[in-house]
Design a protein around this ligand. Structure first.
Ligand code: CA
Length: 240
């Protein structure tokens, strides 16, 4: 039988950590608890969890810094992170997602909702996340090495932009509504507004540069589409 999914709780308040741990355990998860960044790092070095629940406000290094570091590290970059935080305004949410968090829960939260979100990020470890190479026109994305290039020029993308581009490229030439993108790229999205998608698309276009940026079209009243320039061959999916 498959092992129950491991959840690392990084939370400095014992009462909250305990509440989460008890609920996770009763629902078939294996929770472990780290109360600061150093013990969280030790825990990750020892065993990789299936999901990380990460408090934003921690003594010493903030959850935001930890999320950035873990996303940048080859060992931890694929582990889904759900940020737990009292912060709720849009700038903070965008910062959390930009740092590489997969989802975001504002405190106080219901344990039911927390469990639903943990299940959602586990469900969502979509096949396109695991290592496929996708090419659309001159745009090339390698899911295994997290590299993106356009006409052989390397491009630098943050984790959220990477995920968004990966989704658009894996489903090129199709129009995706904002809510579909939220669903597919961010998962359950109670706390993320559709406007946030526009912010990310805008930044993705900027990161892609003037030429490749044009490949992402705004389809009025419908959403977004990634499309190869007409003179180039239609999208080809190759496996890694
Ligand atoms: Ca805290």
């Amino acid at each position: 039988m498959r092992q129950p999914p491991g959840v690392l709780i990084v939370e400095d308040e014992p009462a909250i950590a305990e509440l989460i741990a008890v609920n996770l355990r009763h629902n078939g998860f294996r929770p472990t608890w780290a109360m600061d960044s150093a013990s969280a790092q030790r825990e990750l070095d020892a065993v990789l969890p299936d999901v990380i629940l990460l408090d934003w406000m921690l003594p010493g290094e903030s959850g935001l810094l930890l999320a950035k570091r873990w996303r940048a590290h080859p060992r931890t970059k694929a582990v889904p992170i759900i940020m737990l935080t009292a912060r709720g305004d849009e700038a903070d949410r965008v910062a959390g997602l930009d740092a590489g968090a997969d989802d975001y829960i504002a405190k106080p939260f219901s344990t039911k909702e927390l469990l639903a979100r943990v299940r959602a990020v586990l469900r969502r470890r979509a096949p396109e996340q695991v290592g496929a190479v996708v090419r659309v026109g001159d745009l090339l994305l390698d899911g295994a090495t997290y590299r993106v290039s356009f006409a052989d020029q390397k491009l630098k993308l943050g984790p959220t932009r990477f995920k968004l581009l990966q989704y658009l490229m894996s489903h090129a030439e199709r129009v995706h509504s904002r809510s579909q993108l939220l669903d597919k790229v961010w998962g359950d999205h109670v706390f993320i507004e559709e406007r946030t998608v526009d912010v990310h698309v805008k930044r993705l276009r900027e990161a892609l540069g003037p030429q490749a940026g044009l490949m992402i079209e705004t389809v009025r009243g419908a959403g977004y589409r990634l499309t190869a320039p007409a003179t180039l061959p239609t999208p080809v999916q190759a496996s890694a």
